[in-house]
Design a protein around this ligand. Structure first.
Ligand code: HEM
Length: 180
């Protein structure tokens, strides 16, 4: 069932929460790996990379579904700046996600390593070791993570505003699917 003007279908809601939870897990794993000692860092990064590669499927599914569906109208009329934020924050979140999913693999491959997905699939580097490019994409990945986190915070603040100030059904729309 498709989204309508009034709310989201079950598939849209599942995809939204699956992407949100996966992104939080990736943040935590990425950050923990940065702070960890060598042996632990390897395990955490392996998990980070494997889960991140699964995120491609979620992203493709979300974009495909969104193109097929369109987007429900925003729930309430707000001031122009807030309407702009409400429109652009999800777009920035999706773009930030795409940036992470592009910079991540390039970062691994330019180190000369294959991408190993849960020990089941190995994607060898088509690039070989390229130190300068590796450093550039390492910075892109770090900045991308910060931007994504900032957009994520704005998104949460927006939801809280709807919940506490406007007291409308914005959060409920993302929890309860519309009926046929
Ligand atoms: C939504 C997708 C992703 C998110 C949110 C994410 C998030 C993060 C974060 C927060 C860090 C720590 C950065 C820092 O120190 O500030 C990190 C590091 C890292 N990520 Fe990701 N990541 C994603 C996708 C990927 C992908 C697809 C790959 C590779 C296939 C990858 C490989 C790595 C590696 C190798 C590091 C360690 C970088 C270093 O050595 O400094 N990430 N990631």
């Amino acid at each position: 069932m498709k989204d309508t003007q009034h709310g989201y279908s079950a598939l849209s809601i599942w995809l939204h929460w699956l992407a949100a939870i996966t992104m939080i897990v990736l943040f935590v794993l990425g950050q923990a790996a940065e702070d960890a000692a060598d042996a632990e860092r390897k395990t955490l990064l392996g998990l980070h990379i494997s889960i991140a590669m699964s995120m491609y499927l979620i992203l493709v599914a979300r974009i495909g579904w969104r193109l097929h569906n369109g987007r429900p109208t925003l729930p309430s009329q707000q001031s122009k700046p807030l309407m702009l934020l409400a429109h652009w924050v999800p777009v920035i979140l999706l773009a930030g996600l795409a940036l992470m999913l592009v910079s991540g693999p390039i970062m691994v491959w330019t180190k000369g390593f294959p991408i190993n997905i849960f020990g089941l699939i190995s994607l060898p580097s088509p690039l070989g070791k390229m130190d300068t490019l590796h450093e550039v994409f390492e910075v892109v990945h770090k900045i991308g993570a910060k931007l994504l986190f900032f957009a994520f915070l704005l998104h949460i603040l927006g939801v809280l505003k709807h919940l506490v100030v406007d007291r409308d059904n914005t959060l409920k729309r993302m929890l309860v699917p519309i009926k046929k």
